[in-house]
Write a protein that binds this ligand. Sequence first.
Ligand SMILES: NNC(=O)[C@@H](O)[C@H](O)[C@H](O)COP(=O)(O)O
Ligand SMILES: [Zn+2]
Length: 427
Amino acid sequence: MSSLFPILGAAQNYAWGKIGSQSAVARYAHDNDPSLSIDESEPFAELWMGTHPKAPAVISNDKSKKLSDVISSDPEKYLGQSVISRFGSKTELPFLFKVLSINKVLSIQAHPDKSLGAQLHAKDPDHYPDSNHKPEMAVAITDFEAFCGFQPLDQIDALLQKIPEFHQLVGADLAQKYHVGISKSSLSKNDKKKLLQAVFGQIMKTPEDVVAKYAANMVARTNQQPEVFGSVLADLIQRLNQQFPGDVGLFCGCLMLNHCFLKSGEAMFLQAREPHAYISGDIMECMAASDNVIRAGFTPKFKDVETLVSSLTYSTDPVEDQKQKPVAFSRGSGDAQFALYDPPIDEFSVLQVKFDSKKGNVATMKGVDGPSIIIVTEGSGEIAAKDEKAQKAETGHIFFLAPRTEVVMSSKSTDAPFTLYRAFCEL
Ligand SMILES: NNC(=O)[C@@H](O)[C@H](O)[C@H](O)COP(=O)(O)O
Ligand SMILES: [Zn+2]
């Protein structure tokens, strides 16, 4: 088997995905495997590209063979010794690479760190299929909207003081305790986090029918007194109430989490145990190899409120601190721009390669000492492992690249810039 070969990803039809060919996931999956028909009434939410057993990638010209089968045939060649020693597997990639195409808000969720992942998997393997952690990074393909992390304590307090339904749901005593406590210099950072946890927990543990009553009143207020919320928040509450009427996410998401917007090419990194929910747009997403999701709102899926409330870090970092700024990729050269998103974990980094068709059409990437998955998200061209035959590389095409393989890319695009994303693990 060559060091660079085409693979097929696997689509997930979660309810929040964009519908039919409006979804980048459906378009990429079909472009990569024309035998796949797109049901125009179906949501296409995620395209998985990795070895995770829930939806393993297979070899394009032999769908009976999984990527993990090829890797296990020669782990040294396909993973490299450093990755095998660090992660202990001779068949699995340490990361899972995805395309998400988001029509409706995802669940208010967080992911476990390693110790909690192992505990949850041991206790409830049906809902927590992996014993691994799941830190993740989103890179915006289109403009992207999300909740990420808790708002600063005083911003939550301001909303608590001026939105009656929020104040009533939390309760006057706790709202007052929170209001006084967060501005007390004598109170430790940790004690202030406990106040935030008490407010969040109070909301999350209120019976759904009681939440729905307060939510209906709050939505009515966004129409009657939008100035109480400001236009952006009033619109957000109305929009998400359309998707999940009366849901607790209207309080714990809209009023407590940072509402952030990423332009195409911007990225954000979410450590384990940080609350988030993606709202709209198309993204590349990369994560440690795990499907462990602790959910609590905006979802028909299994919710684990107790675990979510007890496991969050309750840090309140501004969105800017969670953005993953791209840096130069010194091993890229030629007529493309290279943007490296390199989060502070070992499992993965993500590289965006974008040709500037005015400049020319050839670029090279020197090898990295670990495995890679590459997907073409725009335009068309060719790709070749150095000294090997060039392969067609069109929108939706996905490739596995073995460690230490130099790659030459050439753009054939005249209009949309030939664009590729590469996830890789290098220690
Ligand atoms: N933040 N994004 C992720 O964690 C994705 O990788 C997950 O697969 C989705 O969150 C799953 O979302 P639902 O559980 O269907 O609401
Ligand atoms: Zn997530």
